[in-house]
Ligand binder design. Structure first.
Ligand code: RIB
Ligand code: CA
Length: 309
């Protein structure tokens, strides 16, 4: 059976590279893309995804979804990725039309159409997926697997000392998703920090692939590179969504993993959206989430390079 993939994204500079990987490696197996507000407001995230689709010469349906979290006001990461989310390098973004239908309905329809085979990857806040689970609980058994870029397995956060941005934006949605019996795989920000950082030499090597995709993939990291260096002391920019996409591509990208139940903190202070990884059954809940603990940088970089050719 051919794979069937649905991507949910808050399209900014790393999401865009993950979409390039999805277009390249999944091609027509990529059956739909849903947009959620997160890094940037919904309209901007939509235009960014439409721009990448055009750049890659694809026609995968792209549907607009939730414009804000379930109950909290939207707080974006435009300070991290740029006002447009794509490094503010004056790309010709805008003026494109998304496909009809809400992203939640598109996800529910895809789950039904490809029942038992649909694989979902979320690259942004979990608002769309949480709504879909709430209005169509049957998708839990129709979705084969859900890879979630979010949380952190080592309590090292990027929006608070212990919280990761995607789950911090919409903790209520994250709790709905992680409390569901979806077949979940969590790729935390720890994986990006450890296996997906690109210094200037590594970034130049990718850019020297020489295609327009390669140049844009690197140049749009302009703002996040400065932020990652100044705020986290990383030796360059990191690509959380693309390494999560590599995990979806193949288990060959997973070197070590564990099972746990994942709690989500709903407070509004420094622990907002924190993933509480319980692998000792304190919660007395099924350890139903696979936590990626170690990933193959080589596998990731190889697939990334192929996508930029
Ligand atoms: O914490 C990293 C995540 O937040 C990535 O998905 C990035 O695109 C931002 O959405
Ligand atoms: Ca993202």
């Amino acid at each position: 059976m051919k794979r069937c993939i649905f991507v949910d994204t808050d399209t900014a500079s790393d999401d865009a590279v993950a979409l390039m990987m999805a277009f390249k490696h999944f091609d027509t197996s990529l059956v739909g893309i849903g947009i959620v507000a997160g890094n940037v407001p919904l309209e901007q995230a939509t235009q960014n995804a439409l721009f990448v689709r055009s750049l890659c010469g694809m026609n995968t349906p792209i549907h607009m979804g939730a414009a804000q979290p379930l109950v909290r006001p939207l707080q974006t990461a435009q300070n991290v990725h740029g006002v447009d989310g794509m490094g503010d390098i004056s790309l010709p973004i805008g003026g494109r039309t998304p496909d009809a239908g809400h992203a939640v309905n598109a996800l529910i329809a895809a789950a039904a159409r490809y029942s038992g085979h649909l694989e979902v990857i979320t690259l942004g806040p979990l608002t769309n997926l949480a709504i879909a689970l709430s209005v169509a609980p049957e998708i839990v058994s129709q979705i084969k697997r859900c890879v979630i870029m979010g949380g952190t397995s080592d309590s090292c956060g990027n929006i608070t000392p212990v919280s990761e941005f995607n789950l911090w934006v919409d903790p209520e949605a994250a709790r709905i998703v992680f409390s569901s019996s979806l077949n979940k795989v969590m790729v935390g920000w720890d994986i990006s920090r450890k296996y997906a950082v690109f210094n200037d030499a590594e970034a130049s090597e990718l850019r020297e692939i020489g295609t327009e995709k390669a140049r844009i993939a690197i140049d749009i990291q302009r703002v996040v590179k400065q932020f990652a260096r100044e705020e986290f002391g990383l030796d360059g920019f990191d690509l959380p969504d693309p390494i999560a996409m590599a995990v979806l591509l193949s288990d060959d990208c997973i070197i070590r993993k564990g099972n746990a139940s994942v709690g989500i903190d709903l407070q509004s202070g420094s622990t907002r959206g924190m993933t509480i990884i319980d692998d000792s059954n304190f919660f007395e809940r099924e350890q139903d989430t696979v936590i990626v603990l170690e990933a193959s940088r080589q596998y990731f970089v190889d697939r990334l390079g192929e996508a930029l050719q």
